[in-house]
Design a protein around this ligand. Structure first.
Ligand SMILES: Cc1ncc(COP(=O)(O)O)c(C=O)c1O
Length: 398
């Protein structure tokens, strides 16, 4: 019998994971990894939050079973996640929500929901966007198109171009994906008034907003970061959401997220829940318990919630201070270019405006690993490496 797999070709490697592998193999003792997508503290570690440790101790003593969760996950978790994301912007009975394995699981369940209910829709994503968006929507069988997002310097927003694309290229019934805050990979977010204008365009053209909320609390604060999403809901009465606790709880490997659909009325929400559950059942049957139990334990205990707020603020403050420090050190490192745009960008990631060739030079000459698009993880910059990094950037720019 002929081999079924003889003609199989290896899939292209993941660009960012590939860089991380090259980083591991690099013997340079002063190497710096700014390619990874996780938060790092000033010592370069990605620690378990203390509120998480305490919740885990509590669970160890009190958890009585590891039996399956329902298809839609833990009810307490869903209520708390809905409250955190939407606040009072929408009535609870208009939100159909399921617990998912991370934000990626949320995007996939939402994509499957859209593909089954609106198979002819096109999902409009920003150019650029988190690269997995296009993978996931394609895997669900949905077409994607990109709307313009960045200006010529690639460090700020070209809002007129974004609006023009949404107004003139989309068709009614299309989906428009927006990053709630801390846009990955650019750090370039919409301003409050721009959210309102986008909401009006979506509503006028009959477009459905889908919001990816992977970094709540990493920009300006838990509620501030949700303002764009909540503004959308003052104009648009239907919306799709994917959210994640990977970053703000540091629960990356526990896979904790949600997929949600906001509908006009409770009856449609009940139908939407049943469809989301259908997508979950076909993908992985039901979600993992541990991470969601941690989040629910923290958010139902006032002391643990306060501790989480403090720990989240520390992460946010460190990123903001690092942005400040970077701008100063780049000035000191001899870069002629003005990098103050780093202060306007939000969250862990930033587009630096460095070209692919400059990123190659940084890697080959200095052991500094940056994604070819010029995206850096600001949280990979520490007091120990900032001077060296900025001198190297000054050299490759000079
Ligand atoms: C924009 C965006 N959406 C979703 C995710 C997925 O997060 P998770 O690790 O929870 O699957 C990420 C993670 O990098 C992201 O940046």
């Amino acid at each position: 019998m002929a081999s079924m797999f003889e003609t199989l070709r290896a899939a292209p490697p993941d660009a960012i994971l590939g860089l991380s592998e090259a980083f591991q193999a690099d013997p340079n003792p002063e190497k710096i990894n700014l390619a990874v997508g996780v938060y790092k503290d000033a010592a370069g570690r990605t620690p378990v939050l203390e509120c998480v440790k305490r919740a885990e101790r509590y669970l160890l003593d009190h958890e009585t079973t590891k039996t399956y969760l329902g298809i839609d996950g833990l009810a307490d978790y869903r209520d708390l996640a809905r409250q955190l994301v939407f606040g009072d912007a929408v009535e609870a009975d208009r939100v159909a929500m399921v617990q998912t394995p991370g934000g990626t699981g949320g995007v996939r369940v939402a994509a499957d929901f859209l593909a089954s209910h609106m198979p002819a829709t096109t999902v409009w994503v920003s150019n650029p966007t988190w690269e997995n968006h296009i993978n996931v929507f394609s895997a669900a069988g949905l077409a994607t198109h990109a709307y313009r997002y960045l200006d010529a310097s690639k460090t700020g927003l070209d809002f007129p171009a974004m609006l023009e694309d949404l107004e003139t290229k989309s068709r009614p019934g299309d989906v428009v994906l927006l990053h709630a805050c801390c846009h990955n990979p650019t750090g370039v977010d919409l301003l409050p008034d721009q959210w309102r204008q986008v909401a009006e365009v979506l509503s006028a053209r009959g477009l459905l907003p889908m919001v990816d909320f992977a970094y709540q609390g990493f920009g300006d604060g838990l509620d501030k970061d949700a303002e764009g999403l909540r503004t959308l809901l003052t104009v648009c009465d239907e919306l799709v959401l994917a959210s994640s606790f990977s970053k703000n709880f540091g629960l990356y490997s526990e896979r904790v997220g949600t997929a949600a659909v906001v509908t006009r009325d409770a009856g449609s929400a009940a139908a939407a829940v049943s469809q989301l559950k259908r997508a979950v059942r076909a993908n992985y049957s039901n979600p993992p318990r541990h991470g969601a139990a941690i989040v629910a334990t923290v958010l139902t205990d006032l002391e643990l919630t306060n501790l989480w707020h403090q720990e989240l603020e520390q992460m946010r403050e460190r990123i903001a201070q690092t942005r400040q420090r970077l701008v100063e050190a780049l000035r000191g490192g001899g870069a002629d270019r003005d990098f103050s745009f780093l202060l306007a960008q939000k969250g862990m990631f930033s587009y630096t405006g460095l070209t692919p060739m400059q990123c190659d030079l940084l890697r080959n000459r200095y052991g500094i690993y940056i994604v070819g698009s010029g995206r850096i993880n600001v949280a990979g910059v520490t007091p120990d490496n900032v001077e060296r990094l900025c001198e190297a950037i000054g050299q490759v720019l000079g």
